[in-house]
Design a protein around this ligand. Structure first.
Ligand code: NPQ
Ligand code: MG
Length: 372
């Protein structure tokens, strides 16, 4: 049975995971994933959480230092003062704090993990997962040249990835997409992600992507520009998918009603937690809108939770859930690997995976423990 947990301490931890290759997007290049992971200590166990925020506020307004401060100063005291708390009640405790969804999501994840570990139930079972494994997709950064991009994509296809997502930006769009489509053929599941790099004036240009039969174009315009996305969606045949704009189940419902998207990328951090992520899934499913699981270069902890989320029935497209080796040589957990072309959804209690203490220790650059 699930029941509330009493939290006695929250341990914040900064980890540095070097990437196996630089990851370039329209908003910058990352060579090391700096992540904020945390542990809640309860009366009968512990729970682990991970914050999606990056070092810099390039993807969204949140970043590691900001999330750390927000947790220490505003969020963790509310958890510690609450007596006992259930994951379902965490957002209510945080209601007086506006925004900071990734910081809130990380704490909710840890409380949920603690609760589920105590109850002996997995994330997937709790969320309503129906799949035992998920099809892996891969997000491919902007390359130095088209030749280099083709080599990288060929490597991922050899490894068994089902779907390729190319990062695009003005000046790196039609040519690389054409080259990948020509080299790998019409059957390749191919999509693009602009991370808000275009404007409404680029609508005619983006329409030129239609000839490549892409699965979707992800977040071409500003995160606040739902109307622009609706106009774009009427002008092009490629389905429009939103990522950055979808910050809640309500935002998803509004975007769908406006015609701003016909597919939704779900990231738990961006929407404030795995419970809100499930609601985004439910809203989209009720509208017949397919969803897929986004990625934030998670450690094994976030990757485990994303696998559970991706097991829900509305996740109809392969997500940005890759094997650990796509990003990291060493992680804080045992690696997730492609087995028989898919990645198994963890089945153990909670996240179903634990940090490896020696790896966690060697990759950690800072810790802070907050007690009652
Ligand atoms: C996206 N993720 O879908 C994001 C963007 C992204 C897998 O494409 C550090 C931390 C670097 C988070 C780079 C993928 C990141 C990051 C890109 C997220 O838009
Ligand atoms: Mg995206």
């Amino acid at each position: 049975m699930m029941g509330p947990v009493k939290i006695s301490a929250v341990e914040l931890r900064r980890v540095h995971l070097p990437l196996v290759r630089p990851f370039r997007t329209s908003f910058g290049t990352e060579t090391v994933r700096e992540a904020l992971v945390l542990r809640v200590v309860t009366s009968d166990g512990e729970g682990w959480g991970e914050c999606g925020a990056a070092s810099e506020p390039g993807y969204s307004s949140e970043h590691v230092d900001g999330a750390w401060l927000t947790m220490r100063k505003f969020l963790v005291p509310r958890l510690l003062d609450s007596g006992s708390v259930s994951a379902a009640g965490v957002q209510h405790l945080f209601a007086g704090v506006k925004g900071h969804r990734m910081a809130k999501a990380a704490l909710e994840m840890a409380v949920l993990d603690a609760e589920l570990r105590s109850a002996g139930m997995s994330f997937s079972e709790f969320l309503g997962g129906v799949k035992e494994a998920v099809a892996p997709g891969v997000s491919v950064g902007i390359a130095g040249s088209v030749a280099e991009l083709l080599d990288v994509v060929a490597g991922y296809l050899d490894e068994g990835y089902f779907r390729i997502k190319l990062k695009i930006e003005p000046g790196w769009d039609l040519e690389p997409v054409r080259a990948v489509r020509e080299r790998f053929g019409a059957d390749l599941m191919l999509q693009v992600d602009a991370n808000t790099a275009y404007g409404r004036a680029d609508i005619n240009h983006l329409a030129k992507l239609d000839e490549f039969s892409l699965l979707l174009i992800e977040q071409p315009l500003d995160e606040e520009d739902l109307l622009g996305h609706a106009r774009l969606a009427r002008r092009i045949t490629t389905p429009v998918c939103l990522d950055e704009s979808i910050v809640s189940a309500r935002a998803a419902a509004d975007a769908i009603s406006l015609g701003a998207c016909s597919i939704v990328n779900i990231k738990a951090g961006r929407v404030g937690g795995y419970l809100e992520a499930r609601m985004v899934h439910d809203v989209c499913r009720a509208h017949g809108v397919p969803v897929w699981c986004g990625g934030m270069l998670e450690t094994g902890l976030g990757r485990a939770a994303n696998l559970a989320l991706g097991a829900l029935p509305g996740f109809l497209l392969p997500g940005d859930i890759s094997a650990t080796s796509r990003y990291y040589k060493e992680d804080i957990t045992a690696p997730f690997v492609l087995t028989g072309g898919t990645i198994p959804v963890p089945t153990g209690p909670g996240l179903g995976i634990d940090p490896i203490q020696s790896s966690l220790a060697s990759l950690t650059t800072e810790t802070e423990t907050i007690r009652r």
